[in-house]
Structures are given as C-alpha cells and as structure tokens.
Design a protein around this ligand. Structure first.
Ligand SMILES: Cc1ncc(COP(=O)(O)O)c(C=O)c1O
Length: 347
C-alpha cells in the first residue's frame, strides 16, 4: 500500500533506531536526562526562543501553551479550521477555560484587520476579554499552506500592539521554513509560545516541544506535570528527535518536491487538483467534482493500492508525502489514482 494518509505514519529508520538504542538517559522529571536537555536546548535555539519543554505530543504542547497564555473566561482567536479549534476535543475550553472564536481564514491565514476587528476590550463589561491569538504554520486543514514571512510578522506585530498573547502551532514549522528557505527561528521568535512536532515530517515515533521565554517555560514545565506529561527515561525518545533534527530537516524538501510531482501528475491526468495549494507536503483532490463521495473514492483507491484520507472539506481528499514515500511510490500513485477515480466516475 502506498500510504499517503498522513506524515504521522512514518516508521523510525534503522539509523534512528540505532540512535535510540545508544541514547544516554536519566530521570527527565528530575531534569537528569541529558538527551532530553540537549533536545530542549536545541529546539529553543531552532525556534528562536529562550527555552523549550519536551512533551509526548503536539496536542499537549498546544494545550499547555494556551493554558499558560490565557485565563478562564478569556477569549482565544484562531482560524476557524485550525487544529487547536477543530481537532483537540475542545481542549482550550476544557483545560484552560478559554472561550474560542474561529475566524475565517484565507489559506489558513488571518489578517491584521481581522484581528483588529475581532478583538474585544473591557469597555463592554459583559464581553469575555480577547487575550490570546493562535496561528498555525503550516496550516493543516488548508493543505499544508505556508504563511509568507511578511504576513506572519504583520499579524504578530498587530497582536503585540493590541496587547494580545500570540501562540504558534508549529507542528509542521520546519516544512514552512524549508519551503520558504528561511531560518526556522525567523518564523518562531516573535511568538510568546511556539510548538514543534517530531512525529510528523521529522519521522520520530513520538515527541513534541513547546518553546518560549525562560519564564513561560518554567510555568509550562509545571503544567507538563499537571497534564501527566512528565516522563522518566525519555531520552530514548528525545534521541530520535536529535537524530531527526540532524538528518531529517533538509530532506523535507524532497517531500515537497514529491507532493508537487504528484499534484502535477494528477492534474495532467485531468483530476481536480489545485496546484496553487501545493506549497509543502499535502495534495488535495476535490473528488466531489468527479461526482464521487469521499468514501467511494477512498475505497476505490485502496483497491489500486493507494491510501488517502479525508479533510475538513466534505468532498476533498488529501495525499500527504513523507519519509516513507519514494519517487517510485509517487510515480505509481500518479498512475493508480486516476485509474481508480476514472473507473468510479464512469460507473
Ligand atoms: C497543525 C497540527 N497541530 C497539532 C497536531 C497534534 O499532533 P499530535 O497528534 O501529535 O498530538 C497536529 C496533528 O496532526 C497538527 O496537524
């Protein structure tokens, strides 16, 4: 099966498993795991922040960030299809008591005007106070779209001016940095908190980081315990992260090139693929325009040996390239997907 459902599906490579086996470890709750500490320091620098905290998942990283930036009853603004609003089970409300407001984005992005127009101040005594803005880069639901640097800076500047805390869900921030050809710190340093996921394009079995000022990260470390995320000999996982930062960052460009090749191949075969949307490792196919349901299209592609997955848009499927997808897989998918979908369309 050519498994293009998600970049979370990667298996640890042999070299990563060797790094895991060789990891020097200690009790990370006691700050005695040298590999975890090394990864945290490395991630802080990478993300342009003073400190970072290692966590099991990117969901926990987002939720801890929101917990330290907001107080119960505060309002959180985010793009309406962002991961923190749609895919974290109402976590901002559950863990932090935040009132959430989704704003419509363009390619997952918000504008300074939208933030200005949405923010609620304390003149009206009845309103929740807008306190936190969360951005996502790359933006998953819109198909791995990247924030242009100037737009990102314009929004973070506006948040600063308005006195709002600003969080970046950077689960795939390295994809954005590679796509733009800019240092990752350039994309992360203006935020109060930034997250990074190790188990997506970077190919680790698990792990994520939240980064911010030393002061905020002291608080984040307390919430890590509170959320049940403080681990023990976690260096075996952190070693995978260190290995991935050494070996799996530049190669994200290969995933992006493969996504582009797939998109162009599918478009050339007549499938409804928006080429402009393909900026990183996601390709979206609007199977509705072929008169197919996503369930039918997925089933038919599986019989041709290719797996895709659903998106937030009811008629749109996505293919995601990753470490375990080769050029050959892409060439086979370029043949198999149109074959599968054409048969269905004609049926
Ligand atoms: C943008 C974004 N943020 C956060 C997450 C959460 O990651 P995890 O499932 O590892 O908690 C995901 C997962 O797909 C994501 O796409």
């Amino acid at each position: 099966m050519i498994d293009l459902r998600s970049d979370t599906l990667t298996q640890p490579t042999a070299a990563m498993r060797t790094a895991i086996a060789a990891a020097v470890v200690g009790d990370e709750q006691k700050r005695e795991d040298p590999t975890v500490i090394a990864l945290e320091e490395r991630a802080a620098t990478l993300l342009g922040q003073e400190a970072a905290v290692f966590l099991p998942t990117a969901t926990m990283a987002n939720q801890i960030a929101l917990r330290i930036l907001g107080r119960p009853g505060d309002e959180l603004l985010a793009e309406e299809n962002s991961h923190v609003l749609l895919y974290e089970l109402g976590g901002p409300a559950v863990h932090s008591g935040l009132v959430t407001r989704g704003l419509p984005g363009r390619a997952g992005r918000l504008t300074p005007e939208q933030i200005r127009g949405a923010v609620r101040y304390d003149e009206v005594v009845h309103h929740p106070l807008t306190r936190v803005v969360s951005l996502e880069n790359t933006h998953n639901s819109s198909g791995g779209r990247v924030w242009p640097l100037e737009e990102l800076h314009a929004v973070t500047d506006t948040c600063r001016e308005l006195g709002l805390a600003v969080h970046l869900d950077g689960a795939r921030l390295l994809n954005a940095a590679v796509a733009l050809g800019v240092p990752t710190a350039e994309l992360g340093h203006r935020f109060d908190t930034v997250t990074l996921c190790l188990s997506k394009g970077l190919g680790c079995p698990l792990g994520a980081l939240v980064a911010g000022s030393a002061e905020l990260m002291r608080t984040a470390r307390r919430f890590k315990f509170l959320f049940g995320g403080a681990m023990r000999q976690a260096g075996i996982i952190a070693a995978a992260g260190v290995h991935a930062l050494d070996h799996h960052v530049d190669r994200l460009a290969d995933d992006h090139a493969r996504a582009r090749r797939l998109a162009e191949g599918l478009a050339a075969a007549g499938l409804p693929v928006d080429l402009e949307q393909v900026e990183t490792n996601f390709v979206q196919i609007d199977v509705g325009r072929l008169g197919l349901t996503t369930a039918d299209a997925l089933a038919r592609m599986r019989t041709e040996g290719v797996a895709l997955s659903i998106t937030v848009r009811p008629n749109v499927l996505r293919a995601v390239t990753h470490l375990d997808i080769s050029d050959d897989d892409i060439e086979r998918a370029v043949e198999a997907i149109p074959r599968a979908l054409r048969v269905l369309a004609a049926a």
